[in-house]
Design a protein around this ligand. Structure first.
Ligand code: TRP
Length: 340
């Protein structure tokens, strides 16, 4: 920005959401959530706990409610600051469901049928291929378009949903000009891709049956240490990045992400040392990174009244922004305006 330019530049708006689906992993943290926190100054961020999306697969009510609390607490614990970003719970803002219905009427059966997540989840839950699972992308489009978001940070698994969101936005803009901002994907500068500790060819995932394959953000230090000590490496016994060294590459990536060191610095640090020392160092560095998060989480989850007051307030702010877009949509599609 030039020094003479005193006109405030509107910060770009980011919208992202996370489903309250139980434990979040070190992979979620280093790959996505940590970026949300880092982006808080530069962007106008809105972050949602997406409970409406969660019920597209069958949930146990008490467990879902607990997971919503857990996810809300975790987002605050990692450092999202309600003074800088808007934190919301999707179902607290009915405009999401209302816009989703309208967008659904501008979304084709054919394009929803092509969604790979719908196909995967239908295969996984053949007994419950419900309409919500099918129209899930229209709800996600509503989440994003309601806030006229410029950018959406999404992982590979959600890219197709962002593309359909853009298609819906463009289609509606062609019918009713100037309705929606067409959002772009946000590719983080250096998002760590954290792999399984047991099978480093696979992404770290909480649905992995082998508990030693993944680290939860809230894991106890002794569990974190055990998982890193058992991490799969190779027989070369040299701490360096290389082909065929997926396990070591992954550990170097994790260590780099939590210490801010480069791969070369890490190679130099462990020159002449074995994997035992290296794995212990990675484990300890991860424990220290997660310690303040876990401590903050423990305080927050013990005070649900406070926790929910933060989200209630964030959701009210979100609802005011959403109302503007929704009023515009209602008018453009031809509904009778309430105050007329
Ligand atoms: N579908 C996303 C997921 O499962 C969560 C989500 C819902 C989302 N609405 C969103 C992400 C809007 C980004 C923007 O991960």
């Amino acid at each position: 920005m030039s020094e003479t330019n005193t006109v405030p530049v509107r910060k770009k708006r980011i919208y992202s959401g996370i489903q309250p689906s139980g434990m979040l992993t070190l992979g979620n943290y280093l790959g996505a959530l940590k970026n949300w926190v880092a982006m808080q100054e530069e962007y106008d961020g809105i972050y949602g706990v997406m409970d409406l999306h969660a019920i597209t697969v069958r949930q146990e009510p008490a467990k879902l409610r607990q997971q919503i609390y857990t996810t809300c607490a975790l987002l605050l614990a990692i450092g999202l600051d309600p003074a800088k970003s808007i934190l919301m719970v999707q179902s607290f803002v009915p405009a999401h469901a209302e816009l989703a219905w309208i967008l659904g009427c501008y979304t084709q059966f054919g394009e929803l049928s092509r969604m790979t997540q719908f196909k995967d989840k239908s295969q996984k839950h053949p007994e419950n291929i419900n309409a919500g699972l099918f129209t899930y992308p229209a709800l996600m489009a509503a989440d994003i378009l309601l806030y006229q978001a410029d950018l959406v940070p999404v992982g590979a698994d959600q890219k197709q949903h962002l593309e359909i969101t853009r298609d819906i936005a463009v289609r509606m803009n062609n019918l009713y000009s100037g309705l929606f901002t067409v959002p772009d994907p946000y590719i983080p500068p250096a998002g760590a891709r954290v792999m399984s500790l047991q099978d480093p060819a696979k992404k770290m995932s909480k649905s992995d049956e082998n508990v030693n394959a993944w680290v939860a953000i809230l894991d106890k230090p002794e569990d974190v240490m055990r998982k890193f000590k058992r991490a799969v490496t190779d027989s070369e016994a040299r701490v360096c990045v290389g082909e065929g060294k997926d396990g070591v590459n992954n550990l170097i990536g994790i260590y780099a992400a939590v210490t801010g060191r480069t791969a070369q610095q890490i190679e130099a640090e462990f020159e002449g040392k074995g994997y035992g020392d290296f794995k212990t160092a990675v484990g300890e560095a991860v424990v220290e990174t997660l310690r303040p998060v876990r401590e903050a989480y423990d305080r927050l989850i013990a005070d649900k009244g406070y926790l929910m007051s933060v989200y209630k307030e964030g959701s009210e702010r979100a609802a005011r922004l959403a109302a503007r877009t929704l009023a515009k949509v209602r008018k453009k599609v031809g509904f009778v305006l309430e105050d007329k």
